[in-house]
Each structure stands twice: as structure tokens, then as C-alpha cells.
Design a protein. Structure first.
Lengths: 88, 563
């Protein structure tokens, strides 16, 4: 149990990396002209359809990586806050 | 009745007895679960909104996954998305896939903060947060009323999902309104009863059954049907052929197989606008706040896409139906695309399996309908009843009011569907999506900054609500000539067409910024913020504000922190 008021400041790095990971699927799917075409066909599926279904898995992956990064940073801040309280 | 293309020989008029029996048995099983749920993971009784309305705020990753999956991917989605693919093609239907992909990175960013501040202050609804953050009961009321208005037609549409299933089974063809609507009435009465007694625990438990059935049905269908019909290329070929043929009424192509340049903006804005709006709906936020820890929702953001993949496959069933030559004819003899998925199952599968599929859709309607009615009831109780009518209400009284309100909401939706034209529910649902996105600046920007002035946010909301409603009204359906013909309209200054909700949102933000600058220059009081920076990072186990020595704190409306 940590008083969230006492959390040390966040490091930028992990949050920027997580932000990029989260932005990837949004940018890719908003850019409709990059995938609104028929070929190449994969197992009978036009590109338009399999490409977007493929992004379901890619987005799940990037979101999971972002989760690990953010979680790591949040637990570091909590650990430091707890350590600081114990030593004071 | 055996599988085969001519299984509809028994219709019209005939009732599919085997399928109906399967549906009734599964429905009874779910009903038992719903009532038993009252005792499941029970905390300190159900006499508070934390317990009745949020399931004790204790759900872990997997329960939340089932609950949110059952909540967001509704029966209506399962009916409407393939129907749109069947009749209009990719822009109207398949945008649901990018929509349900980009929604998760978006909520990943802000939902954990909303969870934390709500946990720390005991907020039950988004409007509670707005009240505490901006110290404005008017802004809070605007958020609450928008939420209730957007949710009501959504509940009504879940009934449309059940009706579609009943109609394909041959139930409800009678001219006698009582015989026609009785099954729906019974289903809803049962739903209302166990929601009343078990609260959010009922849909949470039923969601397990619903999601399992849906996964089973879709996976079987998506493997079996393409084999039966000759493969994916045949299916996509049939869709391409249908949509490139000109429509006799308008002379334009019947639908969109792959969007051309004119479809890029509508496709992208529909996906993005819907994604941003989804988690502004009260029922989504209710499910998030019922989770037990800050990061449950973030972990879920990476596993919920499993449902998005399922939805993508389901959307393609619309194309499968084109290739199969499915004829969705209602009991009134008129074609009705909404019946396309149930009809496909009735045509191709043995009755018992069609029954499982129909049960999956019908039960799929019960879970979101329950959560939506709970969410709307919580908004009414916290942000209308206690804020404006009885500020001294105790937690037990709140729970009691909320239970009754959930009944009123559900029967309101039922009357809406039974007495009024179904297209009215559809129009309101369209408007609901536009309206609910207009609470985004107040809620989401508010999680990060107090820069925006409360009155400026209210101005932005009001302008955007009017703009969105008027624009949606002015969209004329080219086939029927009626208003509310679609969700896409011209975007001012851009020379493109886009989702009205997103255009209204942009106007909303511009107005909010300009009015904030004005009000700040005029030194209009901006109210006291009951929250502080650390609140947005709190996790389970951290002290709640109510437990701290200075409980309540300055600016916190009296009693907004329970216990």
C-alpha cells in the first residue's frame, strides 16, 4: 500500500515507447488508401480483408508490449515510493 | 429437419420446434444462473451501488474479459454487422473491424486513470467523476442525461436482435399482438427479475455462457460454410459481383466491395469515431469500474481483440449469405436484411445447431441489455436522484432506487420496440452514437487537465449535440427518401464526407477551447477540483479518499464518497 501522492516522477522513455506502440495500429488502420485494394489475395481473401484481420493480432501484440512497458514503470515508481518510506 | 438449402420448406408459418426447444432449454439454464449470481463472490450484501451496480468492484482479468466481451459485442452487433455487409458491403459493415481494433489502444491510454480516480473517490458513474473534477452539477447532469439517452435505444435494439431470431424460428407470426409479442415479453420480464435481484453479477455470470456459445457457433459456421459453398474465393466473388451491379433505383453500384477514394474518409472516420465513442457509453464504463485493479483494463486491451477477430468473421457471414443465396424474408413476407444471419443458420444447419446459434444471439441480447439498464439506472440514481432530488440518500436507498430505475429503463425499451416503429429505434441509436461522443472532451480531457473551463465544456457539448442532431436529420436515404438516412455527411471546409459524430466532436473541442480562453480572461470562477494528481494513479489497496483523515476534502460534494 502506497500513497499515490508520494509516487516519484515517471521516466519518459517507457511512456514514449508505449505511446508509439499504441499509435501504430491506429495510424495503420486510419490510412485506408494503403490497404483498400484487392491484391495480393491470400487463401481466397482479398488484401483489404485479410490485412485488417491480420491487424487484430498485430494490435493485440503491440498493446500487450505497451502494457508490459507501462506496468514495469508503474511498479518501479511504487517500489521506489515504498523504499523511500521505509528508509525515512 | 435436415441440413440443406431447402430447409425453409417448413416456413412460412411453421414453427421450428427442435430449434425452439433448444433455445428454451438454454434460456432456462441461463435464467437459473442469473438468479444464483446474487450469491456469487458476494461481499457485504447488495445494499449499495458498489455491490449491486458494480459487482463489488472486484472482477479480475478473466471475468472482466467475458463481461466486456459480452457487453460490447451485443446481439444487435451480431445481427446488424452481417446485415450491413449483406446489403451494402464494406463501408457500412466492415468498418466494425478497424473500429474494434483501434478502440483498445485508445482506452489503454485513459481508462486506467478513470479507474483509479473512481476507485479512490468511490465514483460509480462517469458523471460522478465530472461532478468531483469540475465542481459543476450542470456539466455532470449533461453527461448523465446524454448517457441515459444514448443507452435507451441501444437496449431497445437488443430486443430487435431477439425478435429476428424468433421470427426466423417462425414464432410471432400471429396477427394477435399478445401471441406475437408474448415471447419477447416473457424473456424481458425474466431478465428484469434477475437483474433486479442480482445486479451486475447476473450478466457477468451469464456472459460466460453467451460468449462460449457465440465462439462455438461462429467457429463452426466459418469452417463449415466455406467448405460447403466452395471456398473463400467463391464467397468473395459472389459479393463482388453483387455490389458492382448497378442498383435499379439509383443507377449507382449496389454496394461497396472494396472502398474507393470516396469511401476512405467515411471508412476511417466511422471506425475512429465509433472507437472513441464506445467507452463513453455508460455500460462500457460500468464494466470497467467493476474490475478489481487499475491494470485489469489494460491487460484486457490486449486480449479483448479476440472478440474483434470473431466479429470480423461474423461480418464475413454477410458475404457467405450472398454466395449461399440466402433470402431473408420476414413473417410479413417483406425482405428484411436483419434476418440474414439467423436465416443462414436455419438453411444450412440441423435444427438443433440452428437452435444453439439462435440461443447464442438471444442470450447475447440479455447480457448487454442487463448491463445497459444497470448503467443507466446508476446514472439516474447518482446524478439525477441524489444530486437534484434527495441529496441525503443512503447507500441502501441508492441501491433501491437504482433497482427500480433499471426496471423502468427496461420496460421503457420494451414499449419502445413494441409500440413504435422499429426504424425509430434505429434512428435514435444512430443519434445515440453521435451524442455520446460529445461527452468525450469533458471526461477524457478531464482525466489529464483542468485547463478546460466547466462552462466552456458545457457550451462545446451543447453546440455539438445540436450540430450532430441536425446533420443526422438532414441525411436523406436515397432509396426511401427518409431522414436519418445514415451516419455520414459532408465535413465542413474539407470537401470530404465523414462520420457526423467525429465532425461534431471537432466542433465541440474548438468551441470548448475558445470559450475557455474567453472565460479565463474574464476570470469566471472555475470551481474547486475534488481530485488531485495522485488520485489518477491509485490502485487497489491504496487508501480511499473516504478513509483519509480529511475525508471528503474541499469541493467534494457531500456524500459522494461512500462508506
Amino acid at each position: 500500500m502506497v500513497d499515490p501522492k508520494a509516487l516519484p516522477p515517471a521516466r519518459k522513455g517507457p511512456f514514449v515507447a508505449a505511446g508509439v506502440l499504441l499509435a501504430l495500429p491506429i495510424v495503420a488502420l486510419m490510412w485506408v488508401s494503403s490497404y483498400a485494394r484487392e491484391g495480393p489475395v491470400l487463401a481466397g481473401f482479398p488484401f483489404f480483408y485479410w490485412y485488417q484481420l491480420g491487424w487484430v493480432f498485430l494490435a493485440a501484440g503491440t498493446t500487450y508490449l505497451a502494457y508490459r512497458l507501462v506496468l514495469g514503470e508503474e511498479s518501479r515508481r511504487r517500489r521506489e515510493a515504498a523504499d523511500r518510506r521505509a528508509s525515512s | 429437419m435436415s441440413a440443406g438449402l431447402h430447409a425453409q420448406d417448413s416456413a412460412p408459418g411453421g414453427v421450428n420446434v427442435v430449434a425452439l426447444t433448444v433455445v428454451i432449454v438454454l434460456f432456462l439454464a441461463v435464467t437459473v444462473l442469473g438468479f444464483r449470481a446474487a450469491r456469487w463472490r458476494r461481499g457485504a450484501g447488495l445494499a449499495s451501488l458498489d455491490e449491486w451496480g458494480l459487482g463489488g468492484r472486484s472482477f479480475g482479468t478473466w471475468i472482466t474479459w467475458f463481461l466486456l466481451g459480452g457487453d460490447l459485442y451485443t446481439a444487435y452487433t451480431f445481427i446488424a454487422v452481417p446485415a450491413a455487409m449483406f446489403s451494402a458491403g464494406a463501408v457500412a459493415g466492415f468498418f466494425a473491424v478497424p473500429y474494434t481494433i483501434v478502440v483498445y489502444p485508445i482506452i489503454f491510454i485513459f481508462m486506467a486513470r478513470l479507474w483509479s480516480v473512481s476507485h479512490r473517490h468511490g465514483y460509480v458513474t462517469p458523471a460522478d467523476f465530472v461532478r468531483g473534477r469540475y465542481d459543476s452539477r450542470y456539466l455532470s447532469l449533461a453527461v448523465a442525461v446524454t448517457g441515459i439517452l444514448a443507452t435507451m435505444p441501444y437496449i431497445a435494439l437488443q430486443l430487435v436482435g431477439i425478435q429476428a431470431v424468433l421470427e426466423v424460428m417462425g414464432v410471432g407470426g400471429s396477427d394477435n399482438w399478445l401471441a406475437r409479442d408474448l415471447p419477447l415479453f416473457v424473456a424481458f420480464a425474466v431478465l428484469a427479475a434477475y437483474t433486479y435481484s442480482s445486479g451486475l453479477r447476473a450478466p457477468a455470470m451469464i456472459a460466460f455462457v453467451k460468449d462460449t456459445l457465440i465462439y462455438l457457433v461462429i467457429i463452426v459456421a466459418i469452417i463449415y460454410l466455406p467448405i460447403k459453398l466452395g471456398g473463400a474465393d467463391v464467397i468473395f466473388g459472389a459479393a463482388k459481383e453483387k455490389f458492382s451491379a448497378p442498383n435499379p433505383a439509383t443507377g449507382k453500384p449496389t454496394g461497396v466491395f472494396i472502398p474507393g477514394p470516396a469511401g476512405f474518409w467515411p471508412y476511417a472516420t466511422l471506425a475512429l469515431g465509433s472507437a472513441m465513442a464506445l467507452f463513453m457509453y455508460p455500460h462500457s464504463i460500468t464494466a470497467v469500474l467493476s474490475s478489481g485493479r487499475r491494470n485489469v483494463i489494460r491487460r484486457n486491451a490486449s486480449i479483448l481483440p479476440a472478440y474483434s477477430f470473431l466479429l470480423g468473421l461474423l461480418a464475413l457471414l454477410g458475404f457467405v449469405a450472398i454466395a449461399a443465396g440466402t433470402k431473408p424474408i420476414g413473417l410479413d413476407g417483406q425482405p428484411n436484411p436483419q434476418l440474414v444471419v439467423p436465416q443462414l443458420f436455419e438453411d444450412f444447419f440441423p435444427s438443433w445447431f440452428a437452435g444453439v446459434a439462435f440461443a447464442a444471439i438471444a442470450i447475447g441480447a440479455l447480457v448487454p441489455a442487463a448491463i445497459m439498464s444497470i448503467a443507466a439506472a446508476n446514472l439516474f440514481t447518482r446524478n439525477v436522484y441524489r444530486e437534484w432530488i434527495r441529496p441525503e440518500a443512503t447507500p441502501a436507498q441508492e441501491a433501491a432506487v437504482s433497482k427500480v430505475a433499471s426496471l423502468v429503463v427496461k420496460f421503457g425499451a420494451l414499449l419502445f420496440v413494441l409500440l413504435l416503429d422499429k426504424t425509430l429505434a434505429l434512428n435514435f441509436q444512430l443519434l445515440g452514437g453521435i451524442w455520446i461522443l460529445q461527452t468525450f472532451p469533458t471526461i477524457v480531457f478531464g482525466l489529464y487537465t483542468r485547463w478546460f473551463h466547466r462552462w466552456a465544456l458545457l457550451c462545446g457539448w451543447a453546440v455539438a449535440m445540436v450540430y450532430g442532431t441536425v446533420s443526422a436529420y438532414r441525411v436523406i436515404n436515397p432509396l426511401t427518401g427518409k431522414h436519418f438516412g445514415g451516419a455520414v455527411a459532408d465535413v465542413p471546409f474539407l470537401g470530404q464526407t465523414g462520420y457526423i459524430a467525429l465532425t461534431a466532436f471537432a466542433i465541440n473541442v474548438v468551441v470548448a477551447v475558445l470559450v475557455t480562453l474567453l472565460l479565463r480572461a474574464a476570470h469566471v470562477p472555475s470551481g474547486r477540483d475534488a481530485t488531485e494528481r495522485g488520485d489518477y494513479l491509485a490502485d487497489a489497496g491504496d487508501p480511499r479518499v473516504a478513509d483519509l483523515p480529511d475525508a471528503g476534502g474541499p469541493g467534494e460534494p457531500a456524500g459522494l464518497t461512500p462508506r
